[in-house]
Design a protein around this ligand. Structure first.
Ligand SMILES: Cc1cc2nc3c(=O)[nH]c(=O)nc-3n(C[C@H](O)[C@H](O)[C@H](O)COP(=O)(O)O)c2cc1C
Length: 310
């Protein structure tokens, strides 16, 4: 399907830079939107909620100044353990954020409230049953997170996911998981997706909030270094083996579930370290060799994308 009206004519590349906990803050999101791809941040990166009120005001002021730039998005984690959900959704509605990405839960209420003011909702899934449920409540787009993605990744092949979802969903399909180069973006489209979703590649940029040590580890790591485990947050996610060891843990001993592991709180020392000290990444790390500015990275992705000759 064609890109939604909100994105048309405003994008350098058909890409959404995904929202990342403790990484995606307004300076990164603003640089991404200015470079012509959709930038997004998790609402819970703004602490306390009053800061979200401020950030949304700033993002809207930026859009009003530069209407041709790519729109920004806000990510709402719908999981019942998110104590901020009601408050953050109220703020999104108050500021009429143009684009909302929902993850881990049922997006029905968000769809109703955001579409009522003309906003758009894309829901993030790792499997077909959740994609069907989200399609049934009227989401505008589905973000399919395939095997090898950073954060809470799925286990399905991107080929299988995109093909099956395309059979029943006529909205925008965004594919995520280990997408690091311009050729990968083109490949996602060839496979049947409308847009690509890129997280890990944007952690290693000048504007990202990640520490220098985290960025350097992304340069060192290769696909085989990712440990896929529910141990830290209760839901399987990919973490760099090197950061698990640096935190004094043994990768082989964090493969199973852990009592008290929870998405929003962590529960116990190991849980609190996840994301902050135990660093998540996708299997696309092998293609990360530097820490460019967002503008330089997007220019490079665009050149690689245009160079694909098919
Ligand atoms: C450090 C990190 C933090 C993340 N935090 C979130 C989050 O808060 N909300 C969310 O919906 N997805 C989150 N994700 C997942 C991304 O939105 C996206 O699905 C993933 O980065 C895509 O795969 P890639 O990293 O291989 O490009 C996170 C991913 C990483 C690597």
């Amino acid at each position: 399907m064609p890109l939604p009206e909100l994105f048309r004519g405003r994008l350098t590349l058909p890409v959404i830079a995904s929202p990342m906990f403790l990484v995606s803050f307004p300076p990164l999101v603003a640089a991404i939107c200015r470079a012509g791809i959709v930038g997004a941040f998790p609402s819970i990166n703004a602490r306390p909620a009053a800061q979200l009120d401020e950030w949304l005001g700033q993002m809207n002021a930026m859009r009003a100044d530069t209407p041709e730039m790519a729109p920004y998005g806000v990510n709402l984690i719908l999981h019942k353990s998110n104590p901020r959900l009601v408050e953050d959704l109220d703020l999104i509605v108050k500021h009429q954020a143009p684009f909302v990405i929902t993850s881990v839960g049922n997006p029905a209420d968000v769809v109703k409230r955001v579409q009522a003011y003309g906003g758009m909702v894309f829901h993030d899934v790792i499997g077909i049953p959740h994609a069907r449920k989200a399609a049934a409540v009227g989401v505008d787009g589905l973000i399919l997170i395939a095997a090898g993605a950073g954060g809470h990744a799925g286990t399905l092949s991107p080929f299988a996911l995109v093909y099956e979802v395309r059979q029943f969903f006529a909205g925008t399909i965004v594919l995520g998981g280990a997408i690091s180069t311009g050729a990968h973006i083109k490949a996602a489209q060839v496979m049947g997706a409308d847009m690509a979703y890129m997280g890990t590649r944007f952690i290693a940029t000048q504007e990202s909030q990640a520490s220098e040590a985290y960025k350097n580890m992304l340069i060192e790591a290769t696909a085989g270094d990712l440990v896929y485990t529910p141990y830290f947050s209760g839901i399987p996610a990919n973490y760099m083996r090197q950061s698990i060891i640096a935190s004094g843990l043994e990768p082989n001993q964090v493969l199973g579930t852990r009592e008290g592991a929870s998405l929003m709180g962590g529960g116990g020392v190991e849980g609190h370290k996840a994301w902050k000290d135990i660093w998540s990444a996708g299997q696309g790390v092998g293609a990360i060799k530097d820490i460019p500015t967002v503008a330089d990275l997007v220019a490079r992705l665009k050149a690689e994308y245009d160079a694909v000759n098919i």
